[in-house]
Structures are given as structure tokens and as C-alpha cells.
Design a protein around this ligand. Structure first.
Ligand code: KIV
Ligand code: NA
Length: 265
């Protein structure tokens, strides 16, 4: 399959073909989602809460995310692989962002990075882009700032809508290849989508974005809890639980391994 590249994202928007993105944090899920035709795989810092058991996304480190991103990059033959730069690895300066993003590109082999924020990080977006590192933006509810935002809250309501549009335009002007919109009222996300020529990728941002992204555990029925904006397209958690129960029952009951699983000489 031909690799999804940056210009394909723009073409998809121009032709009204909706883009798909899912998170992935390891090789088996990356392979499955890539084979399923998902356009972009996001090694999200949502790995912190979804995979590592943290309360939120803040604790995960570049050292923890790089091996995960490497596995995803190895598993993806077609998808464009994007990795989040975790909290504390890019905000302070363009130089800090550059050092972190270069590690992600070189050591993990991803194709792009994602960073949170608007006008406050456009210098970072510009330097990374000029350095050959495609950047995906992330506006609306930005989980790394949840302590400033006052929790998981819808963003861009009322007067804040204009700020959101300015941030989106600033990211595009700085070179962002796409912008994730998280927990934004649908009419605001639609307006942002209309004014940008790069694609918007929504999560809790309505149906009028150019693409959608979900955390795979929420999408597949694997998570313990899912936000309202997520839909469970499968019951993977229940299927895995049943498989484990059957395994326990067959081993303790003496029916596994059978003759067909056994070397007799
Ligand atoms: O880390 C993540 O999973 C994300 C998506 C929810 C956009 O940033
Ligand atoms: Na993230």
C-alpha cells in the first residue's frame, strides 16, 4: 500500500474525503488498524492514562513514548504515524521542541509530531516545519493543560470561539499539516474547518471536521470508562476477558493442552 503523506491530507480535504485517525501504542494494534485502512496512527500521550495507569497525560515521558512510537512505526505500512510530544518537552522554547521532536523522528521513526496549543507555540511549529518535521496542532480541550483549564471541559464557547479560530489560523500559517479539535462545540469546529485549508481532525467536535480521531480503547470497547463523544464499535474488552476465562477453565480443568498441541516425541 502507498504511504499516506502530508499532501494526501490536503487532497482529502479538497475532495471531501473524510480522514481517519486512531491512537495506537504498540505493534499488534498498529498492524490491525493499518490493515483496516486507518489513515493516521497517533501515538498519543493518552498512553499515560490508557496504558500506564496514570491519572492523566502529564506523567508520561519521552523515554517511555519513544519505544511505543517505534513499535507503531514498525507496524504501520500505509498509515502516517504521528507521535505526541509529551508535557514538558516542547513548551519552553523552539529549541526544546526541536530536540524532543528530532529524538522522536530519529529514534522512533515516526512521520510527524503533535503538540498542544495555539499562538503560544507557533514559534515551535515554525522551527520544526523548517527542520523537516511535520507538525499536527491540537486545540480546544488540551489535556496537558487540564490544571489551567479547570478540568475536562468543552472549549471555544462564546467569545472563546474567536480565540480558537485565531489559534487555528496561526498554527496553519506556522506550517501545521492538520489541527486536532478536542471537545469543541460542533458549530465552532465547523467554522474552523471552513476557514482552514489544512484538515481538522475532531474528537468531541461534531461531524463537520475533515476527519475524526478516537482513543482506540474507547473505540473498541476496551476502556474502563469512555467519554460521551466516543462510540464503542466493538467489545474487545469483553472478548479478551472471555478468552482469558476460557483459558483458565481449560488449564485448570485439564482439557488444554490437548493432543493436537502436544509434541509426542
Ligand atoms: O493523546 C491522544 O490520544 C490525543 C487524541 C485524543 C487526539 O491527543
Ligand atoms: Na494527546
Amino acid at each position: 500500500p502507498r504511504r499516506v503523506r502530508v499532501h494526501h491530507l490536503r487532497e482529502a480535504k479538497e475532495h471531501g474525503r473524510r480522514l481517519t485517525m486512531l491512537t495506537a501504542y504498540d505493534l499488534p494494534t498498529a498492524r490491525i488498524f493499518d490493515d483496516a485502512g486507518v489513515d493516521m496512527l497517533l501515538v498519543g500521550d493518552s498512553m499515560a492514562d490508557n496504558m500506564l495507569g496514570h491519572e492523566n497525560t502529564l506523567p508520561v515521558t519521552l523515554e517511555e513514548m519513544i519505544p511505543a512510537a517505534r513499535a507503531v512505526a514498525r507496524g504501520a505500512r500505509r498509515a502516517l504515524v504521528v507521535a505526541d510530544l509529551p508535557f514538558g518537552t516542547y513548551e519552553a522554547s523552539p529549541e526544546q521542541a526541536h530536540a524532543s521532536a528530532v529524538r522522536m523522528m530519529k529514534e522512533a521513526g515516526v512521520h510527524a509530531v503533535k503538540i498542544e496549543g495555539g499562538r503560544r507555540i507557533t514559534d515551535q511549529v515554525r522551527l520544526l516545519t523548517q527542520s523537516g518535521i511535520p507538525v499536527v496542532g491540537h486545540l480546544g480541550f488540551t489535556p496537558q493543560s487540564e490544571n489551567v483549564l479547570g478540568g475536562k471541559r468543552i472549549q471555544g464557547r462564546g467569545d472563546a470561539a474567536e480565540q480558537l479560530k485565531s489559534d487555528a489560523l496561526a498554527l496553519q500559517e506556522a506550517g501545521a499539516i492538520a489541527v486536532v479539535l478536542e471537545m469543541v462545540p460542533a458549530p465552532v469546529a465547523r467554522d474552523v474547518t471552513e476557514i482552514l485549508h489544512v484538515p481538522t481532525i475532531g474528537i468531541g467536535a461534531g461531524a463537520d471536521c475533515d476527519g475524526q480521531v478516537l482513543v482506540w480503547l474507547d473505540m473498541a470497547g476496551m476502556g474502563e470508562w469512555s467519554p460521551r463523544f466516543a462510540k464503542q464499535f466493538g467489545q474487545v474488552g469483553a472478548a479478551l476477558s472471555q478468552a482469558a476465562k476460557d483459558y483458565v477453565a481449560e488449564v485448570t480443568g485439564g482439557t488444554f493442552p490437548g493432543p493436537e498441541h502436544t509434541y509426542t516425541s
